[in-house]
Write a protein that binds this ligand. Structure first.
Ligand code: GLN
Length: 322
């Protein structure tokens, strides 16, 4: 694949942005501060299973907020759209991911499933016999997207659990408004564990490609989610996935996407391919600096913007197939 134009493009982007020194590695979860700011990987996986990758694609890290997309899908499948909508809205906030100020004034719902409040409420809806069963079911679901059963990074889980007062405050506020039922500590533990699931850049590429492939993992052929819910994931990713940068991202990159504070970003070209970039230094919005640059250039270079009129999506895949 070395002479393939997609491979050449990601190699040149990797070389161009490796020297970039902007951004800071997240440290509000102390364990995350151990990340090396030079880690940098790019992975593209097509719906027919072709892979293009460069850099630190095997380096493991915790999935953090990228997990929100997948538990939202699981909650939708298990509890239905109506229940989800009654507890978690679908409005972009324009606020930071951990914003504490906003629950919808009338409904008291958190605004959307991609900010922390909405994600905690979403995870609290995942059913199961007990906490272990609920966690195992979440891990099994992630395993279908990744193609192997994932595990949790216990130090990161504990680090967030002991430092996560802001999320704890959000959870209490939501329980006050009956947006979360039951034990707050169990709901938070489940959320913190979901955020501490270990992935690498290749995994994220496959996960993004699974969404692109309408719920079927293109590498294993296994279905991870009913295709009916893909539109829910894509539309909330598009409007809310990049937090208070979502509007500019939609304008410049034009793809449904989700970022996490470990430095991962996934972006989906529906029916075509998944993109993953991993690089820990973050900008002020909590998004990977190199990740944003690479996605902007990929979108431009491969003409991927959803509303670009220059090339129809199918033509992109045809070009990649050669
Ligand atoms: N676990 C992190 C938190 O709740 C996830 C945030 C993120 O990745 N943006 O703060």
């Amino acid at each position: 694949m070395a002479d393939h134009f997609v491979q050449q493009l990601i190699e040149s982007l990797h070389e161009k942005y490796l020297p970039c020194r902007e951004g800071k590695v997240a440290s509000y979860i102390p364990e995350l501060a151990k990340a090396n700011p030079d880690w940098f990987g790019i992975s593209i996986v097509t719906v027919d299973g072709q892979r293009f990758e460069v850099g630190d694609i095997d380096q493991t890290f915790t999935i953090q907020s990228i997990s929100k997309v997948f538990t939202y899908g699981m909650a939708l499948a298990e509890r239905g759209r109506e229940t989800l909508l009654s507890r978690v809205g679908v409005e972009p906030t324009g606020d930071p991911f951990n914003s504490i100020i906003r629950l919808d004034e009338n409904s008291k719902r958190p605004d959307n499933p991609m900010v922390n409040a909405g994600a905690i409420a979403t995870t609290s809806l995942i059913p199961g016999k007990d906490i272990t069963d609920r966690l195992n079911r979440i891990l099994t679901m992630f395993g279908q997207y990744i193609g192997r059963t994932p595990y949790i990074d216990v130090p990161t889980f504990l680090s967030e659990r002991t430092s996560g007062d802001r999320n704890r405050a959000l959870a209490y506020l939501m329980r006050h408004f009956s947006m979360i039922e039951g034990d707050i500590d169990l709901a938070l533990d489940l959320y913190f564990q979901q955020c501490a699931i270990v992935v690498n850049c290749q995994d994220l590429g496959v996960m993004a490609a699974t969404i692109a492939n309408r719920g079927v993992n293109p590498c294993t052929g296994e279905r991870a989610i009913e295709s009916d819910y893909i539109r829910d994931l894509l539309s909330t990713m598009y409007t809310c996935g990049m937090y208070n940068f979502a509007g500019e991202w939609a304008y410049k990159v034009g793809l449904p996407a989700k970022s996490g504070v470990s430095g991962g970003i996934i972006a989906v070209v529906p029916n075509q391919l998944g993109i993953a970039v991993f690089s820990p230094p973050l900008d002020g919005n909590g998004n990977s600096v190199r990740g944003i640059r690479v996605c902007e250039e990929l979108s431009h270079g491969l003409d991927l913007h959803m509303f670009s009129s220059q090339m129809q999506c199918q033509q992109i895949l045809d070009r990649i197939r050669g």
